[in-house]
Design a protein around this ligand. Structure first.
Ligand SMILES: *Cc1c(COP(=O)(O)O)cnc(C)c1O
Length: 395
C-alpha cells in the first residue's frame, strides 16, 4: 500500500484518495483481476530496490500483476516448464522469440509448413534485418543436421503443421540442433500443451497461441512462451520488456477461468474430430484425410510414438475430380461449420486453403480444406458435412 493517506478536504481529492482498505483474508476460487499501469511503492528506497525481472514482486503494469503472474505460473505447470511470458497474441510471441534470438547475419530454419504469418515474419526479417531464413521439409527429422550452418541460431518446429498436418520428429530435430548448439522452438498450439510433452522431447522454447484451446471462447487473443532454462528465459524477458508487450488482465482472467476445463474440452474436440475424420475416410469425394491419428497423415508413426491426443484440428484433400469452385460450394453449404480462421473454440469451423501458394514444395493434388471440430454432437457435424457434399455434387 501507498504510504500517502487522504489528507485533502476537496471532493476531487476525496474521490481520488481514500483510506479504505478492504479486509484481507478473502478466499475464493476465481483468480482476482488486478488492473494496473502504475504499481505503488511504499517509499523511494523500496522503489529503487525493486528489480523488474524478479517475479516475487511488482514494478509496473507491463511487467505483470498477480493476475498475469498466476496465468504464467499455471501455463508453465501445464507445459512442465519453469518460466512463462505472455504476449498480446500467438504471433507476437513468435515475433518475440525471433527478435530475442536472432540478429543480422544469423540464420534461422523454419519448417516449410510453418504457420503462415510466421513465414511472413521470416520474409521481413530476411529483407529488412539481414537475417538468413531457410525452409526445411517438416519430415526431415535427423536430416536437419545437414542444414545447420555455423551462423544457425534457431530452428522453429510446429507439431503438427496447422494446415497440412505433417508430424515432425521433434526428438530427432532437437538432438541434431543441440549437437551443434542450436536452440529449438516449438509452436505447440495444436496439442495445447496436453498431448505433447515438449520439454521431455528436447524442445528449448514452447510457444502457445492461448487464443485457441486455453481461451476456448473465441474471444481472446494471447500468446505464451514457456522455457525451462533461466538464462534463455532472461533473454526472452529482456526483449519482452523492450518491445513493451503487455496483455489485458480481463483477457488473462478469461484464460484462467477456462483453464480448469482445458483437458475435458480438448478430449471432447479430439473425440469429435476423430469420429468425423474416420467417417470422411470412407467418402469417395475425399482422397486423403490428414489427421495425425490416421495412417494417411505424414508423420503418423511419430504421432503414435510421441503424442497422447489430437484435439479438433485436421484437414482433408478432395479428390482431383473436384475443382475449387466445387469445394468452395461445399464449404459455403455447411451449416454448423462456420467459415473463419482460428480454432479451439466451441464452434466448428471450416476453411479452404490455397496451399500451393503457401508452400515452396507442395506437390499433392486435390484441394485442401481444414476442419476445426468444435464441441457440437459429432453425429450432427457428420450429417452437416454429408449434406454439403451432396449439394456440392449436384452443383
Ligand atoms: C493461431 C495460431 C498462431 C497465432 O496465434 P494468434 O493469437 O492468432 O496470433 C500461431 N500458431 C498456430 C499454429 C496457430 O494456429
Amino acid at each position: 500500500m501507498s504510504k500517502k493517506t487522504n489528507s485533502g478536504t476537496g471532493f476531487n481529492t476525496k474521490l481520488i484518495h481514500s483510506d479504505y482498505v478492504a479486509p484481507s483474508g478473502f478466499e475464493a476460487f476465481p483468480a482476482a483481476i488486478h488492473h494496473a499501469s502504475t504499481v505503488l511503492f511504499k517509499d523511494v528506497a523500496a522503489m529503487r530496490a525493486r528489480n523488474w525481472q524478479d517475479k516475487t514482486a511488482y514494478t509496473y503494469g507491463l511487467h505483470g500483476t498477480p493476475t498475469s503472474f498466476t496465468l504464467e505460473a499455471r501455463l508453465a505447470e501445464i507445459e512442465q516448464g519453469e518460466h512463462c511470458l505472455l504476449a498480446p497474441s500467438g504471433l507476437a510471441a513468435i515475433t518475440l522469440v525471433d527478435l530475442a534470438l536472432l540478429q543480422s547475419g544469423d540464420d534461422v530454419l523454419l519448417p516449410d509448413n510453418v504457420y503462415n504469418p510466421s513465414r511472413e515474419l521470416g520474409s521481413w526479417l530476411a529483407h529488412s534485418f539481414g537475417i538468413s531464413v531457410r525452409y526445411y521439409d517438416p519430415l526431415i527429422g535427423a536430416g536437419v543436421a545437414e542444414l545447420i550452418q555455423s551462423n544457425t541460431k534457431l530452428i522453429w518446429t510446429e507439431a503438427p503443421g496447422s494446415v497440412s498436418m505433417e508430424v515432425p520428429d521433434i526428438p530427432a530435430i532437437c538432438a541434431a540442433a543441440h549437437a551443434k548448439g542450436v536452440l529449438v522452438a516449438l509452436d505447440n498450439t495444436w496439442s495445447a500443451g496436453l498431448a505433447f510433452a515438449a520439454f521431455e522431447h528436447g524442445v528449448d522454447i514452447v510457444m502457445q497461441a492461448l487464443t485457441k484451446y486455453q481461451s476456448g471462447g473465441s474471444d481472446v487473443l494471447m500468446g505464451a512462451l514457456i522455457t525451462r532454462d533461466k538464462t534463455l528465459h532472461a533473454r526472452l524477458q529482456a526483449t519482452h520488456m523492450r518491445l513493451g508487450f503487455g496483455i489485458g488482465m480481463d483477457d488473462a482472467y478469461l484464460v484462467l477461468r477456462n483453464l480448469s476445463t482445458l483437458k475435458l474440452r480438448f478430449d471432447a474436440h479430439d473425440a469429435g474430430a476423430r469420429k468425423l475424420a474416420f467417417w470422411l475416410r470412407s467418402r469417395p469425394e475425399i482422397s486423403r484425410v490428414l489427421h495425425p491419428a490416421l495412417p494417411d497423415c505424414p508423420g503418423h508413426d511419430v504421432w503414435m510414438r510421441d503424442f497422447k491426443g489430437a484435439g479438433g484440428l485436421f484437414s482433408v484433400l478432395f479428390d482431383v475430380a473436384y475443382n475449387e469452385v466445387q469445394t468452395d460450394c461445399f464449404v459455403d453449404n455447411l451449416k454448423l461449420f462456420k467459415i473463419g480462421f482460428s480454432w479451439g473454440g466451441a464452434h466448428s469451423l471450416c476453411v479452404p486453403y490455397r496451399i500451393q501458394q503457401m508452400r515452396n514444395s507442395w506437390q499433392q493434388p486435390g484441394i485442401l480444406v481444414r476442419f476445426n471440430v468444435g464441441l457440437e454432437d459429432a453425429d450432427d457435424l457428420i450429417a452437416d458435412v454429408e449434406q454439403a457434399l451432396s449439394v456440392m455434387k449436384q452443383s
